[in-house]
Design a protein around this ligand. Structure first.
Ligand code: AMP
Length: 476
């Protein structure tokens, strides 16, 4: 049996040429399902995680369906500015063949530029809810009658408190339109919104939670609360962490940890919502291009970040719920690449992480923070490899070595040279970091199992709060 092609899904020239140019050969599962439906004109609800090719799934058919040019016809609403820029970039790439004019409408940028771009023939508007509503309310987008409206990451928008803005915004949109909604999860509030703004939609669900993160290995380090900084520095000193995102709880923590890492010589930058939009874009761009290789971020700031080669996601603190855990670890292992998600947990937090892992699927391994001795050994074996691979410089033998041999014994000379190389990579912090006690893990597993049994059938995301109440109540 041959694989389905984009052509089989109903896409035509010039879209097919663009796909060839940008190297999309095989449609992803969500694209296979959704593209023919959108081309048929149906309203569609797609349950899919980020990184599954969602943007092209709605972008390609919507672009093909566009009739006129030079008039705004597609509106995409996203929860964050970062995601808006990302989606806009991707749509621009997908619409290259017809020189698609895409404009981003979001807070933190000048109204004038956005309105000018709209008036100058923007065909696709990618917007965050607040600014879009603001422009519609103040009647600054005259004759705006999009034929396709997309809500991207709808669950995130609701989590961020945008429900009322979205409802208000739809009052300005034409009744006759095609509406598409994408969401990683389908809580009741989303289902209600779907009933309000979509017309007899077709539901599509691909990559259920449990397999969505098959390319991501998940591990945890059991530590004391006070060991987080030592642990993170040791990990960066001792391992190949090519490109990492570190998730923190608060903006303050982001600033502090980013400064700490910069002071220790790492190429790190912080990203959070208190920063100016320009600054946030610069930080994201530096990370994307490899100027920096560590991004320290809060959940909201990093939401929707689509950077293909993130090797590690590190939960400096675990998130408050399973949904956020799934979103965070989804920043790595993108587009079929392998990724690692690691979490620092105290003994008290471990059962919570085990719960999150059940939600995300996959296996959760226990890892140990390398000791000073482990890192030293790793450095020595790396050095050995380097020495073995090093080609000999004849000048060195003739001149420098002759000279040095006259002055000192060969063994002393070798030791001095090796010490010189190793002194470039000092190992900081205590000898041992973290907890290596199996009893703690057993206890957490027991606690998780007990809660699971008592809550069978209950809503997953709500469990911890319910359990806390129940435990307090029964202990009285
Ligand atoms: P998204 O889920 O839309 O954020 O897409 C995730 C990444 O996958 C983006 O970098 C896309 O450019 C890429 N992508 C989407 N569809 C395909 C495809 N069919 N083949 C290869 N890459 C794709």
């Amino acid at each position: 049996m041959t694989d389905t092609t984009f052509e089989d899904l109903g896409l035509k020239q010039p879209v097919l040429t663009t796909l060839e140019e940008i190297g999309f050969v095989t449609p992803s599962p969500i694209q296979k399902e959704v593209i023919p439906l959108i081309l048929s004109g149906a309203d569609v609800v797609g349950q899919a995680q980020t990184g599954t090719g969602k943007t092209a799934a709605f972008g390609l058919p919507s672009i093909q369906l566009m009739k006129k040019s030079g008039e705004a016809q597609i509106l995409v609403i996203t929860p964050t500015r970062e995601l808006a820029f990302q989606v806009a970039d991707e749509l621009y790439r997908l619409g290259k063949s017809r020189k698609l004019r895409v404009v981003t409408i979001c807070g933190g940028k000048s109204y004038k530029n956005q309105i000018d771009a709209f008036n100058n023939g923007a065909e696709v508007l990618v917007a965050t809810p607040g600014r879009m509503l603001d422009l519609l309310n103040s009647k600054r987008l005259p004759n705006f009658r999009p034929t396709t409206v997309v809500l991207d990451e709808a669950d995130e928008m609701l989590n961020m408190g945008f429900l009322e803005d979205i409802q208000a915004l739809f009052k300005f949109l034409p009744e006759k339109r095609q509406t598409l909604l994408f969401s990683a999860t389908m809580p009741p509030a989303i289902q209600k919104l779907i009933r309000e703004i979509l017309e007899t939609p077709v539901f599509v669900k691909t990559s259920p939670d449990r397999t969505a993160h098959a390319d991501i290995s998940q591990a945890y380090y059991l530590i004391q609360d006070t060991e987080r900084d030592d642990a993170i520095i040791r990990l960066f000193e001792g391992q190949q962490m090519v490109k990492s995102i570190i998730f923190c709880k608060t903006r303050k923590e982001v600033d502090r940890l980013a400064s700490l890492l910069i002071n220790r010589g790492f190429r790190a930058k912080g990203l959070h919502g208190d920063m100016e939009q320009n600054q946030r874009q610069r930080v994201t761009q530096d990370f994307r291009t490899g100027q920096t290789n560590i991004l320290v971020a809060t959940d909201v700031a990093a939401r929707g970040l689509n950077i293909l080669d993130v090797s590690h996601v590190i939960n400096y603190h675990i998130p408050c719920d399973a949904e956020n855990y799934v979103h965070r670890i989804g920043r790595t292992g993108r587009a079929g690449q392998k990724g690692k998600a690691v979490s620092f947990v105290t003994p008290n937090e471990l059962f919570k992480l085990m719960r999150f892992q059940k939600h995300s699927g996959g296996e959760l391994m226990q890892n140990y923070i390398p000791s000073k001795k482990d890192v030293k050994e790793a450095q020595v074996s790396q050095l050995m490899e380097k020495i073995t691979d090093q080609t000999l410089n004849e000048d060195v033998r003739e001149t420098l070595l002759k000279h040095l041999k006259e002055k000192m014994d060969l063994e002393v000379l070798t030791c001095k040279l090796l010490s010189m190389v190793l002194s470039d990579s000092p190992i900081n912090g205590p000898d041992e970091i973290g907890i290596r006690d199996n009893g703690t893990v057993k206890k957490a597993k027991k606690r998780d199992f007990r809660d699971d049994k008592n809550n069978r059938g209950g809503p997953r995301g709500k469990r911890p709060a319910f359990n806390n109440k129940r435990r307090r109540y029964s202990s009285k």
